[in-house]
Design a protein around this ligand. Structure first.
Ligand code: PMP
Length: 406
């Protein structure tokens, strides 16, 4: 439409070209539905890369924000406030970690973890400063800062950094022998996703995390679990590490921690690890600000009190089963359906079509999803999604995919 073209043109004309958005101009959203500028309705099956787990503009979280906006929004950590302490207490309750350090974006919380691990490696493990090594998995995605892209295995992300300089060593995800081969006496930490999201929703082989946990303990290496995307219910448990029957030494949260309203992230660990941070050793102007903390706290309460995590497990199984049915009917269009909870990757046979082509067709038919790489479509709706909306989305996917295939 002319209205949507106008907005698309402005972004294309004045913005950098670092994104290639699907041509839908979102105007407003409510829970699991989104409307474009022309009033067309969409089912949100991607929830802003898993950030909108509570549904768009959850009334309780919006109300908490509005209440806080009558009081104070940003004061920075130069002073104490009335919302950060309660948020940290709640985070400790839900994660089981003694302490948390609040930041804004996922990448910042990962950077925090890297700083922490290196200091810990030096002070506690006695590795000479500057020689600390952190093991990272091939195919990882932990954010976009220059340190983080320096250990990406994706050429597109790296922009001349890396590969694997600055004290990072790669191993093959899910392969314990490869971890052991990459490690040295200077290894202070393993930084890992419990499911590799951006790599295409890669679920680790059974037993891998148990072996990794045991190896880390034996070798005095921190196991740092990046649950920016996986955490807070997305996989059908509060944290994906629970599926593995392990507890990491540190946990990174982001995305859904902001209640679908704001960027809020956190690095969580016990005192023995967190103690490496002393005054002035780390910080952020906006990290843990009053408004962000109020919103994050209410978001955690909503997850707890509305039973969204248990719902996610049940709904995820249903969505998984329905997508597997589509896979069976449209063989060989779909190579694989994989994931946990409401975080599912549908892997398309590349000789049939691309994931992006299907994502655009889905959008044209009122379903928002997102591709990763050439072959995987990600479905990660809000945890609040009702069964009938999942049915509608899957039916549309079935129809769109069948059209393409036949
Ligand atoms: N870690 C993981 C596992 C992620 O999936 C992402 C984002 N997709 C990040 C970190 C980075 O988060 P942000 O974009 O908020 O910096």
């Amino acid at each position: 439409s002319p209205a949507s073209q106008d907005f698309i043109q402005k972004e294309a004309r004045y913005g950098a070209r670092n994104y290639a958005p699907v041509p839908v101009v979102v105007d407003h959203a409510k829970d699991c539905l989104v409307w474009d500028v022309d009033g067309k309705e969409y089912i949100d099956m991607m929830s802003a890369y898993s950030s909108v787990s509570h549904g768009h503009l959850h009334p309780r979280i919006v109300a908490a924000a509005q209440r806080q906006l009558q009081k104070v929004a940003v004061m920075s950590r130069a002073y104490y406030g009335t919302t950060l302490g309660p948020l940290l207490e709640k985070l400790s309750e839900v994660t089981g970690f003694e302490r948390a350090l609040p930041m804004n974006t996922g990448a910042e919380a990962v950077e925090t973890a890297i700083k922490c691990a290196r200091r810990w490696g030096h002070r506690v493990k006695g590795i000479p400063d500057g020689q600390q090594k952190i093991l990272v998995a091939r195919g990882n995605f932990h954010g976009r800062t220059t340190t983080i892209i320096g250990f990406s295995s994706e050429e597109d992300y790296r922009s001349g950094f890396g590969p694997f300089d600055g004290g990072f060593q790669p191993f093959d995800y899910g392969d314990m022998e490869s971890v052991k081969a990459a490690a040295t006496g200077d290894t202070c930490a393993v930084l890992i996703e419990p499911i590799q999201g951006e790599a295409g929703v890669i679920v680790p082989p059974p037993g891998f995390f148990q072996q990794l946990r045991a190896w880390c303990t034996r070798n005095q290496v921190l196991l740092i679990d990046d649950e920016v995307q996986a955490g807070l219910g997305r996989t059908g448990k509060w944290f994906a590490f629970e599926h593995e029957g392990i507890r990491p030494d540190a946990l990174i949260l982001g995305k859904a921690l902001g209640g679908g309203l704001l960027p809020v992230s956190a690095f969580c660990a016990d005192d023995a690890v967190m103690q490496v941070f002393v005054p002035n050793s780390h910080g952020s102007t906006f990290g843990g600000n009053a408004l962000a903390a109020a919103v994050a706290l209410e978001g955690l309460k909503v997850l707890q009190e509305e039973g969204l995590v248990a719902h996610c497990a049940e709904k995820g199984e249903y969505l998984f089963r329905r997508l597997r049915e589509v896979q069976a009917e449209l063989a060989p269009l779909i190579r694989d359906v994989r994931g946990r909870g409401l975080w599912i990757g549908v892997d398309i046979e590349p000789s049939c079509t691309t994931a992006r082509d299907l994502v655009e067709r889905l959008a044209a038919h009122g379903v928002l999803s997102k591709e990763t790489h050439d072959t995987v479509i990600r479905f990660a709706p809000p945890l609040t999604i009702p069964f009938d909306l999942m049915d509608r989305a899957v039916d549309i996917f079935h129809r769109v995919a069948r059209e393409k295939y036949q």
